[in-house]
Design a protein around this ligand. Structure first.
Ligand SMILES: Cc1ncc(COP(=O)(O)O)c(C=O)c1O
Length: 393
């Protein structure tokens, strides 16, 4: 069913205050997400943090269940973490890399992930190799297939890069990984909440995501999915008394399910809010969200392309809600702060966040205008009008 925009805007307190095209940074949360967190914080103040957590047991269980429903997995395959980077790290640094191993990644790689790859390569003697890309910017699946051999220890793919609308063909990559029986770590940080993510169909072994972006959840929340048959093969790089049990003076046992990737202390109000956000997205329908977000972003790109001095920078046969562009008249940071004076939110993607792609395409800092389903065609018109006036001044 198509999304009914008026009610979701009425549920979005920020929609009355800003024209928010920074959903790939942190989306505006809906009222129920705000309420769930405020309620929990209030209970912490009223009865104590541990007691409020005990009271929220069902809500917390619901967070795992809602994420599992979204991914089509088991709740025991889900770990809650403080952000997508740590979620990705807990899987990546837990894999047993050694000299001669090959880590295959893509041009869209996010800086934090690639830095981790470089560090592990330095420590272990593993090699990091970037899979060639197609003319439209996606990872080239045929090239990937031809690169597979017994030394490939991981395929790491960024589903949607931080710096553009490109959607990488995750399911085709999953096919290659599964044919070769190689673990496949999908960074779904920018795709979670704006399209369906059925892990079985995608064929990923591990998936990381964040709460605050397209899921419209709280900041400081993220999650990791690890497929059941891989959980015990990944030794968490860090352990505490929640991830493992101290069974004797010299012994410990690591938790058998995905809790092994978590820590004892965490942002409980955030996790409660995250569950509410995932449920809210599931109620809208992730297919319906994709079917609204993608045409809306396409409308924005078409309108931007007609503004003198603007170059749209997105690639991809399939493009999502993220739109990036540069202008001849102003650099990205100046434009971002000037738009802010008009209550318009965008963000800036600097080259260092996606260095492989930025260098290959000779990209300066990009303006990133990312739309969500609660944005409207009227907002796009206003955005383009304000931008045109600023650039014409
Ligand atoms: C593709 C991608 N991966 C990972 C991250 C990191 O997410 P977090 O800030 O939640 O750690 C980002 C953040 O922008 C991202 O764009």
């Amino acid at each position: 069913m198509a999304i009914d925009v008026e009610p979701v805007r009425a549920h979005t307190p920020g929609a009355d205050h800003v024209l928010h095209f920074n959903n790939a940074g942190a989306a505006l949360p809906p009222q129920p997400v705000l309420d769930a967190q405020v309620h929990h914080l209030r209970r912490e103040a009223e009865i104590g943090g541990y007691e409020a957590e005990a009271e929220a047991e069902e809500a917390l269980r619901n967070t795992y269940d809602a994420i599992a429903r979204m991914l089509g997995c088991d709740a025991g395959e889900v770990a809650l973490l403080e952000n997508a980077t740590r979620a990705w790290d807990m899987a990546f640094y837990g894999l047993p890399f050694g000299a001669g191993d090959r880590i295959l990644t893509s041009r869209a790689a996010y800086a934090s992930n690639h830095i981790a790859c470089l560090q592990v390569a330095e420590r272990t003697g593993a090699a990091v190799e970037v899979v060639p890309h197609t003319a439209t910017g996606e990872v080239d699946v045929d090239a990937l297939r031809s690169m597979m051999d017994d030394d490939v220890a991981l395929i790491a793919l960024t589903h949607v890069p931080t710096n553009g609308g490109l959607v990488n063909p995750a399911t085709e990559v999953g096919d290659v990984a599964n044919e070769a029986d190689v673990p496949f770590l999908l960074d779904a940080c920018q795709s979670a909440g704006q399209m369906p993510l059925p892990v079985d169909e995608i064929g990923c072994t591990m998936l990381s995501a964040t709460g605050r972006k397209y899921l419209r959840g709280p900041r400081g929340t993220g999650f990791l999915y690890v497929r059941q048959d891989w959980i015990e093969r990944i030794e968490p790089p860090l352990l505490d008394l929640h991830a493992a049990t101290w069974t004797g003076p010299d012994t410990y046992e690591i938790h058998p399910d995905a809790r092994r990737f978590e820590t004892w202390e965490g942002h409980v109000a955030g996790f409660v809010g995250l569950g509410t956000a995932v449920e809210y997205a599931l109620d809208q329908g992730l297919g319906a969200i994709r079917d609204r977000v993608q045409p809306l972003a396409a409308t924005l790109r078409t309108a931007l392309a007609d503004v003198p001095g603007v170059t749209v920078r997105d690639q991809g046969r399939t493009r999502c809600g993220i739109t990036t562009f540069t202008t001849e008249q102003m650099d990205a940071a100046a434009l971002q702060s000037t738009l802010r004076e008009h209550d318009i939110n965008v963000s800036v993607s600097p080259p260092a966040s996606t260095r492989l792609d930025a260098e290959a395409r000779n990209l300066p800092a990009l303006v990133r205008a990312s739309v969500h389903y609660y944005n409207t065609e009227a907002e796009i018109e206003r955005f383009v009008d304000v931008l045109s006036d600023l650039l014409d001044a």
